[in-house]
Design a protein around this ligand. Structure first.
Ligand SMILES: Nc1nc2c(ncn2[C@@H]2O[C@H](COP(=O)(O)OP(=O)(O)OP(=O)(O)O)[C@@H](O)[C@H]2O)c(=O)[nH]1
Length: 305
């Protein structure tokens, strides 16, 4: 009698300080752009769920935002959401950067969160393409093995897709036997409004500098089908900023900047949703939006009581 392979399904929390490449790893594995990727740190605020469907397994990724220091409500919410992802997870994946090695922040993450949870933890050493001297990889693996009882240590390059298959195969071993937890066509449980808002926020990020990107939040107010043309979606969204001068910068001279942000977001949304999009963007000043509980909930930061 041939032994049939048991189906496995479970939750995986990707943990790492800002900018280690969590979103890039997840996007590359899923083959879809779900969480936003940007060269600036701390761009992921929401807990984003992506599902990888395989013949014999379903891996549900919880993309935890970087654990940050800070006292405002937004920062506290982000940390709570990251911790709750870790608590829900069957497997933890800690990510560090190959070219930087173990930083103080990585150590703190390990001691303050991972060690306390005592769950099977895989260490991913990302960005191996950035290592000038490849001979340094082995000592880094050895050093890592001494720091914690990682169940596996896997070097990858998320950007080049190097070793990610290996990583996925390894991950599967640590998932519990379970029937699929999500229908096969579902890659995320994020409501479509949040997904669209994330894409618009990404464009604000890519087009602005300094503190502006961090002070902006996007709320999709409505999505309607065109009355005459059914393949047209009319999307209205608000970009909230904290100061008048930030509003002026996002709008730009003669509205050029907002036009550019809108055009880029519209093109990507048309591509992803397969429909014509009419995108209306409004920039609004909300001085302390990071302290506004109602707004944070509307924006999808759901881990606030
Ligand atoms: N060279 C190189 N760059 C990478 C690799 N993986 C990610 N990056 C880059 O590192 C930067 C941060 O990547 P993200 O995926 O946004 O990192 P993150 O950990 O999700 O960051 P936060 O959202 O801030 O928590 C981006 O500029 C990526 O292109 C890699 O394997 N090699």
């Amino acid at each position: 009698m041939t032994e049939e392979k048991e189906f496995r399904a479970g939750f995986v929390a990707l943990i790492g300080r800002p900018n280690v490449g969590k979103s890039t790893i997840m996007n590359n594995i899923l083959g879809t752009k779900l969480s936003i990727v940007s060269p600036k740190p701390q761009t992921t605020r929401m807990r984003i769920l992506g599902v990888k469907h395989n013949k014999d397994a379903q891996i549900i990724f919880l993309d935890t935002p970087g654990i940050q220091k800070g006292k405002d409500l937004l920062t506290k919410t982000v940390v709570e959401s990251a911790v709750s992802s870790m608590e829900e997870a069957d497997v933890l994946v800690m990510i560090i950067e190959a070219d930087k090695g173990w930083t103080k922040e990585d150590e703190q993450l390990l001691h303050n969160y991972i060690e306390k949870l005592n769950k099977p933890t895989i260490l991913v050493i990302n960005k191996i393409d950035k290592m000038k001297d490849k001979r340094l990889l082995l000592p880094l693996i050895e050093e890592s093995a001494k720091k914690y009882n990682f169940v596996e240590i896997i070097p990858v390059s998320a950007i080049k897709g190097q070793n990610l298959d290996d990583f996925v195969q390894t991950l599967k071993k640590y998932l519990p036997p379970s029937p699929p937890l999500f229908p096969e066509d579902q890659i995320t449980d994020l409501p479509i409004k949040f997904y669209i808002a994330e894409i618009i926020r990404e464009k604000v990020f890519q087009n602005t500098k300094k503190e502006i990107p961090y002070s902006a939040a996007v709320e999709v107010e409505s999505i309607e089908e065109g009355k005459v043309k059914k393949d047209l979606l009319i999307i209205r969204a608000n970009i909230y900023v904290e100061k008048e001068n930030h509003k002026a910068i996002i709008i730009g001279k003669k509205g050029q900047m907002l036009k550019k942000i809108g055009k880029e977001a519209r093109e990507e949304l048309e591509h992803l949703l397969g429909k014509k999009i009419h995108l209306e963007l409004w920039v609004k000043v909300k001085p302390r939006w990071k302290e506004d509980i109602r707004l944070l909930k509307v924006l999808g930061y759901q881990y606030i009581s």
